[in-house]
Ligand binder design. Structure first.
Ligand code: JCF
Length: 325
């Protein structure tokens, strides 16, 4: 017969499996009522044996007391913003700038994804356990929203499989449309604050100082990049950003199912048009697509342009033959 500890571990494994099926594979494996039953049994055993409670137990998602204010977190790896393209010509110019900068023998390969209209966050895992989460802030310093992030069931408290020593995941917290409409209907009925759009609702929910309020909000998360990593050999094999995202999925992190690997300028334009036609049918709001060069070595070679002021330009003279004295 099982000890309480063995039954606890079995329940945590089962609940983690069902979460993975539901949020990562979009393939529910258990009716909600049965899931709740497992959760209730786990909660009862922990009430009986509090010393057996671990930080990755789903009962610890809504634990923390309200904060008086958020702490600050400095991002080891800056959280970048993105330059914009507004039409095919802009995108072709972007493509050409890159081709002029690094000689590529063949077409660029891209990792393509919808641009989710939510809030960028960074989530840090150490030895596979969620230890910290922060907003993007100004890209270098963000707010510590660890307690609020833990309430989002799509975000694993513990990574699965062969986990890296340190893994920082960047992604978007957003509020799917169905949850947004339901929440606003309830808010109208009870005279609570009604949100103008899902992005504001997600931002407002993450900025709650009381995690118990955040826990009532229908938030979702998709990972889209990696920040600091240590001892993550699994990520280093291969040179493809797209493959890295598949590895994040294997660890239990949800990744947008619309993400594709496409090759060449035309395929990238086709992807943008394809998502534009699907936009109204997507269960969440997006404001475009994001296209990233997929090859990590090419990303490195291309680097970043520190956002030069849009209002100033250096108007250069032609190169002058240096007078040799
Ligand atoms: C580097 C970067 C910065 C912002 C991003 C924003 C989104 C997004 N809003 O979906 C997706 C990405 O892959 C991003 N990637």
């Amino acid at each position: 017969n099982q000890t309480p500890q063995q039954r606890l571990q079995q329940l945590k494994d089962q609940l983690a499996y069902h979460n993975h099926q539901y949020y990562v594979l979009d393939n529910p494996s258990i009716p909600d009522a049965d899931y709740d039953q497992l959760f209730l049994e786990l909660k009862q055993i922990e009430q009986q044996y509090p010393e057996l409670i671990t930080s990755d137990s789903p009962t610890q998602r809504v634990g923390a007391a309200p904060l008086s204010k958020f702490g600050q977190v400095s991002h080891q790896v800056a959280m970048l913003s993105l330059d914009n393209a507004f039409d095919a010509d802009d995108f072709a110019a972007f493509y050409k700038r890159m081709a002029d900068r690094i000689d590529v023998s063949k077409d660029f390969e891209f990792c393509a994804e919808p641009k989710l209209d939510g809030l960028a966050v960074s989530i840090r895992y150490e030895q596979g356990l969620l230890v910290q989460a922060a907003t993007r802030g100004d890209g270098f310093t963000g707010e510590d929203i660890t307690a609020n992030i833990k309430t989002i069931r799509a975000i694993p408290l513990k990574l699965q499989g062969d986990v890296p020593a340190v893994l920082e995941v960047r992604g978007e917290v957003f509020m799917p449309l169905a949850g947004f409409e339901a929440m606003n209907d309830k808010a109208r009925a009870s005279g609570d604050k009604v949100f103008a759009n899902p992005r504001n609702a997600a931002a407002g929910s993450l900025r709650q100082l009381d995690p118990k309020i955040t826990a009532t909000r229908p938030l979702m998360f998709y990972a889209y990049a990696v920040g600091a990593v240590e001892d993550a050999t699994q990520l280093l094999n291969g040179n493809s950003h797209y493959q890295r995202l598949q590895q994040l999925k294997a660890w239990g992190l949800p990744v947008c199912p619309e993400i594709r690997h496409v090759t060449g300028l035309q395929a990238a334009l086709d992807y943008q048009q394809n998502i534009l036609t699907k936009r109204a049918a997507l269960p969440y709001e997006i404001d475009g697509v994001v296209l990233k060069v997929d090859d990590l070595a090419q990303q490195q070679a291309l680097g970043f342009v520190a956002r030069a002021p849009r209002w100033a330009i250096a108007f250069k003279f032609p190169a002058q033959e240096k007078t040799t004295t």
